[in-house]
Structures are given as structure tokens and as C-alpha cells.
Design a protein around this ligand. Structure first.
Ligand code: GRF
Length: 510
């Protein structure tokens, strides 16, 4: 029987569900919690039912609960974030049965509400997929239940005592019922891997069939080998009928700080701009404060032509709020050609532009010297070559050593130089791509920072291939720039172009 849905949410917040277990639901929930907490409000994450405890220095802890607790913007205890923690890492009704427990809805709901009452906004993470049962399919437990967590953590982490098992729950209950009982809007995390479209569509249908609103979805790339990731993403965008709150690439360390740049805060805020009267409106929050610990970082971008990579970087900086969240600003766009189309784009985007025509200088060295002085006026942390069609002198490169990067339309070290796409086709390559690299004195030979792989298709000519590689560049370069500025020195990251991503080295998709 479909339970009646309360007329309004139990508290301001949303319920996070996923297409499956192990698809990064907790990582995304933690990142969303941190992101919203940075708006200056008290945001708490709650994992009502957590399965799997590890003994850590004498304490029974659930890893998800620890990660969520760390993301909260207010002080909360383990048992407030994870009111019911089961010892065995398996389906909750089975974990409960193993402990002689029946999960009791009412005290669990009360515990969730108590935690939520401490905060302005709550991110409630479901367990497993949307319809995971919380009760045995049979109507009543076969043995007298005992406690929710036999291996009880120390008192300050002990799950709420009201949650001790009750012998005869009112009815069968599943994770979807939990969302319904809280009447929360739902966010769907889609684990991007083969089969995800079906899982996502079924989940969306189930959410809506329960009378709940699907307010957003997040694409989380959990399979670095996934083929046709962009096509899958496009299909999901069309089928799910809800705004996408972010597309998170495969990350070897999916920490909130690494995920947040890939989430769309504006989409999240928009979803909560029409909460029922009386509930806090997230959109009325004060504008995003700069992080006190973040030093301002400046980028200068050099272009010569269409500047589409510059545009991609500038758009990512805007939509992902690099300034507010990382203190990163594009200080100037500099071109050696006054007629570069990218200059107009930059001006329309409100960016400061400079033109330094190389034709006004007798020698390459003189131009580079003037260019260096022009750039230095902005004291950049990073100089980004984005279709800057000049070979730079050693003196210039050495001056900006370690903070000068370029994007090259080939999978370096293959095909340095010009005419890369035709050369890749002539060589019979099955894969092409783009490389972001540090600039060294030798052209196209600096340390590789990130790569994107694009398959060569049977009917490709140089133009078609160039176009698809450029599309991949537009995804790759902004993320590489961001990572270069926010990651510790000497870490490299490879980002998927059409679904394939690797850390620390490139592998071809199969
Ligand atoms: C890109 O293909 C890039 O790889 C190469 O120059 C081209 C620049 O294109 N270095 P755009 O000016 O960013 O559109």
C-alpha cells in the first residue's frame, strides 16, 4: 500500500537516494552538505540507517557516518548523524535480522527529526537504492529482538536508545517509505556505469510514484572505463525530467572538497527557492562568503583566435563559483592579435582584456619580454595558454616555470606540433585526444597534467575529429586548471573525455 504523504516536509532538507549501493551516495551527500554549509547556515547530514561497523581504536564506527559528520557545519554527535548503526555490512533488513532487531519506524523518525531540529537544513541520506526493504518481507520477526547494535559503541556514540527493536512494527517499511514519512524532496545520485540509465529511470519513476518530488540528480562517474559516458549523460538529462545538480568525474579521492567544484550550487539553490511558507528559503541566504583560509589566486589566459577554451574556463569559473569557493579569479585575457574572436567573448563575459600585437616587435625576444611585463602586472598564479599561437622563448618559459600551462590537441608525447588530427588519422590511431601540460622550453614536452581520450570513428576526417577533441578539451581544461590551482603540488589528474579516466597514467578504453 502506498502510504499517505504528509502535506509538507518534516523539516527543510532533502533526501538523497541512489541508483544502487556503492555509487558514491555518501560522497555526494557529504559534498552537498559541505557546499550548503558554506552558505553560512547550519547544515546537518543524517544517515538514518547505516550498515557496517568497523572497530577503530576500540570504537565501533561506521565510515559513512564519520564522513557525513565531518561535512556538517555544526557540531553533532555520531548517534545524531547515524541514529541506527547496524554491525553487518549488508542489506539493512538482513543486518537487522542478524542482530535480532526489527527496525522501528517511529523512534527512528523521531531521532531524525531531533537531529534536523538542530540545523537550518538537513541532507538525509537513504540506505542503498530507493526501494531497499527495511523489514523482512514476512510480517513479524521470528525471534525476540534485542538491541539495534549489539556491539554498542561508547555511550556518546550509542545509537538512540529509543531505537531498540520493537517486536511488531506497524507495517512493512522500506527506504522509500522513510522518504515519504519525512515528505522530503528527493535527489537521485546516478552511479555512471553500464546499466545506469535503466536504474535511474526506474528510480525516478519510483520516487514520483510515491508522490515525492525529484528535485535534482547528480551524475557520479564511478566507472573510469565507462564507454560513451557523454551519450549516457545526455540521455539521462533528457529522461529524468529534473535539473542536474552536477556531473562529478571519476575521482580517486572523492572528498567533499574535490567533489564540490563539480556541483552546481545555483541549481541546488533554485530547487529550494519555492519551499512552503514558513520554511527558511535557501535563496535568501547571504551571498557566498569567501573561505577565510583561501588566498586569492589569479589566472591570466593567453589566446590568439576563437578562444573557445578560454570561454570554457571562464564559464566553469562562473558556474562553479571559483571566486567564491576557491578565491580564483581570471585577472585578464591577453591576445597577440587584436582581431581574435575570443577577445569579444571575453569582453562580453566581463573579463578584462589586453592586446599586445606581436607585429609591433622586431624580435621574438622583444615581444616575449613585453608580454612577460604585461602578464606580470596581474601577478598571476597561473598563466594559461589557450590557443596562443606563438612559440615562446626560453627566457619567457623559465620566468613562469611551474605556473605556465598549455592544452595540446593530441595525446602527448604522440604528435607534438601542428596538424595533429590529420597525423593521427594518417598513423591509423584508434584514439586521439588532448593533453594539458606544463610548458617547458622544448615545445609540447612539459610534464603532463591531464589527458582526455576520444575514439577515432570510422568516418572521421581531420575536421570531425578536431571538433570532437575540442569538445573534450572544453571539459578537460577547466578541470585541469582548477586542479592545478587547488591541488597540492606535483599531483596530476586525468579526466575522462568520453567516459574514460585514469589517475597517474593514460589507458585506452576497450
Ligand atoms: C585547441 O585545439 C588547443 O588544443 C590548441 O589550440 C586550439 C585552441 O582553440 N592549443 P580555441 O582558441 O580555444 O578555440
Amino acid at each position: 500500500m502506498i502510504p499517505a504523504i504528509p502535506s509538507r516536509p518534516a523539516f527543510p532538507g532533502f533526501f538523497v537516494t541512489g541508483t544502487d549501493t556503492e555509487i558514491g551516495k555518501t560522497a555526494i551527500s557529504a559534498a552537498l552538505t559541505r557546499l550548503l554549509g558554506q552558505q553560512g547556515r547550519r547544515v546537518v547530514a543524517i544517515k538514518p540507517i547505516a550498515a557496517g561497523l568497523d572497530l577503530v581504536e576500540g570504537q565501533w564506527l561506521n565510515d559513512d557516518v564519520q564522513r557525513l559528520r565531518a561535512a556538517c557545519s555544526l557540531e553533532v554527535q555520531d548517534h545524531e548523524v547515524g541514529p541506527l548503526q547496524l554491525r553487518h555490512a549488508c542489506a539493512p533488513h538482513i543486518a537487522a535480522k542478524l542482530e535480532g532487531v526489527v527496525i522501528d519506524p517511529q523512534p527512528l523518525l523521531s531521532a531524525i527529526k531531533r537531529t534536523a531540529a538542530k540545523a537550518d537544513f538537513s541532507v538525509v541520506e537513504g540506505v542503498g537504492g530507493f526501494c531497499v526493504p527495511l523489514h523482512e518481507p514476512t510480517s513479524a520477526p521470528t525471534s525476540a529482538p534485542t538491541q539495534a547494535t549489539p556491539a554498542a559503541p561508547p555511550s556518546e556514540q550509542k545509537p538512540d536508545s529509543n531505537l531498540e527493536a520493537r517486536s511488531h512494527p506497524a507495517r512493512r517499511w522500506d527506504s522509500a517509505d522513510l522518504a515519504v514519512d519525512l515528505a522530503l524532496p528527493v535527489v537521485l545520485v546516478v552511479g555512471m556505469r553500464l546499466g545506469c540509465i535503466n536504474h535511474a529511470v526506474l528510480s525516478a519513476e519510483a520516487i514520483r510514484a510515491r508522490g515525492l518530488k525529484l528535485v535534482g540528480w547528480v551524475a557520479n562517474h564511478v566507472d573510469p572505463h565507462m564507454g560513451h559516458a557523454d551519450d549516457n549523460f545526455a540521455t539521462l538529462s533528457q529522461l529524468l525530467g529534473a535539473p542536474c545538480w552536477g556531473r562529478v568525474p571519476f575521482l580517486s579521492e572523492p572528498l567533499p572538497d574535490h567533489i564540490m567544484p563539480h556541483l552546481n550550487l545555483q541549481a541546488v539553490l533554485k530547487a529550494f527557492s519555492a519551499l512552503p511558507p514558513g520554511l527558511p528559503q535557501l535563496t535568501t541566504l547571504p551571498s557566498l562568503p569567501s573561505l577565510p583560509t583561501t588566498r586569492s589566486k589569479k589566472i591570466v589566459i593567453l589566446i590568439s583566435g576563437s578562444g573557445s577554451n578560454m570561454q570554457a574556463i571562464a564559464e566553469a569559473a562562473q558556474t562553479e563559483q571559483w571566486a567564491e569557493r576557491h578565491g580564483i579569479h581570471i585577472a585578464a585575457v591577453v591576445s597577440n592579435r587584436a582581431d581574435a574572436v575570443g577577445l569579444q567573448t571575453a569582453r562580453k563575459m566581463g573579463l578584462h582584456t589586453e592586446v599586445l600585437p606581436h607585429t609591433q616587435f622586431e624580435t621574438r625576444a622583444e615581444f616575449d619580454s613585453a608580454l612577460r611585463d604585461c602578464i606580470n602586472r596581474f601577478a598571476p598564479d597561473l598563466v594559461v595558454l589557450a590557443g596562443f599561437m606563438r612559440v615562446l622563448t626560453a627566457a619567457f618559459v623559465q620566468h613562469f616555470a611551474g605556473r605556465l600551462i598549455n592544452i595540446h590537441p593530441a595525446l602527448l608525447p604522440a604528435f607534438p606540433g601542428l596538424n595533429t588530427h590529420q597525423r593521427a588519422l594518417d598513423a591509423g590511431c584508434q584514439f586521439a585526444g588532448a593533453t594539458v601540460h606544463e610548458v617547458s622550453v622544448e615545445v609540447d614536452q612539459g610534464r603532463i597534467l591531464a589527458q582526455a581520450v576520444v575514439p577515432v570513428l570510422p568516418d572521421d576526417d581531420a575536421g570531425r575529429l578536431a571538433h570532437r577533441v575540442l569538445m573534450a578539451e572544453h571539459r578537460l581544461y577547466p578541470q585541469a586548471v582548477l586542479q592545478k590551482l587547488i591541488q597540492p603540488k606535483n599531483r596530476s589528474q586525468n579526466y575522462s573525455a568520453e567516459g574514460e579516466a585514469r589517475q597517474g597514467g593514460l589507458q585506452h578504453p576497450v
